[in-house]
Design a protein around this ligand. Structure first.
Ligand SMILES: Nc1ncnc2c1ncn2[C@@H]1O[C@H](COP(=O)(O)OP(=O)(O)OP(=O)(O)O)[C@@H](O)[C@H]1O
Ligand SMILES: [Mg+2]
Length: 240
């Protein structure tokens, strides 16, 4: 496997309950690898540590111990500015509630990460491509408030991909849309993966996991409870 993401004994303990808290860590000694081009679903009960794990991979948060590698970056060692640059260039993130800016049009929302990365000129053509791929070209100049949930999520996906990140991570991307729309989002993610996009999707939906990911990692109490390929055993090299 050509590894893109590698977690080595990653533990995250939130210190909100004080330094001598005996509370269980949110992520507990997790080691795994995810290869270029994989589509991985992360499942598990509420509070099991899925979002925390995703945030550690995306450089939004730092582990208490352990190492997070994405591509050539040692993500857990980046400075704040370094982590911001890493997120802008190498990771696209999508969320349950879209997180679009309501006072900007669709195209301006999509172009914003490119502007922040200082590459708005190159990004215009890519934005047009993405509007096309994601079938939202007719919404280019609309404001998010006028869009359906599915359209908003497609805009969020376009925004996540504008800087051509190696990794796309999604936290419950279909959690706030109806099931037909969720299905459509799932199909789009699958198309993106078929075109080579590496994908990590946190989902409560067994349907989404089964149909749109080849590999499913189950998390329980911050640990990997199982890691399976559809119809196979554990993936090569996925276990430490
Ligand atoms: N910022 C935070 N400060 C303190 N504790 C937190 C914080 N974020 C998460 N936690 C705790 O860490 C644990 C894991 O939370 P996390 O959000 O990763 O779970 P999850 O699997 O994403 O749950 P859900 O399915 O409900 O989204 C929970 O016990 C949660 O209360
Ligand atoms: Mg979560």
């Amino acid at each position: 496997m050509d590894t893109l993401v590698q977690l080595e004994k990653v533990t995250k303990r939130y210190d909100s309950s004080g330094p001598d808290s005996a509370g269980a860590p949110a992520v507990d000694n997790v080691s795994t690898r995810i290869g270029h081009g994989e589509a991985v679903a992360i499942m598990g009960p509420s509070g099991s540590g899925k979002s925390t794990l995703l945030n550690l991979i995306a450089g939004l948060d730092r582990p208490t111990s352990g190492a997070v590698h994405v591509g050539d970056e040692r993500v857990d060692k980046l400075s704040e500015a370094g982590a911001a640059r890493f997120r802008r260039r190498q990771v696209g993130m999508i969320f349950q509630f879209f997180n679009l800016l309501d006072d900007m049009t669709v195209i301006d929302n999509i172009l914003l990460p490119a502007q922040l990365a200082g590459r708005s000129r190159q990004a215009r053509r890519r934005a047009d491509e993405l509007l096309d791929t994601l079938r939202i070209g007719h919404r280019r100049d609309a404001y998010p408030a006028r869009l359906s949930g599915g359209e908003r999520q497609r805009v969020a996906i376009a925004r996540a991909l504008i800087n051509d990140p190696g990794l796309l991570v999604a936290d419950e991307p279909t959690g706030a849309v109806d099931s037909a729309t969720g299905d459509e989002i799932g199909r789009l993610l699958l198309e993106l993966n078929a075109a080579g996009q590496t994908l990590i999707v946190v989902t409560h939906s067994p349907e989404l996991a089964r149909r749109y990911a080849r590999r499913v990692i189950h998390i329980a109490d911050g640990q990997i409870a199982s890691d399976t390929l559809a119809g196979h055993g554990a993936p090569d090299g996925a276990r430490p």
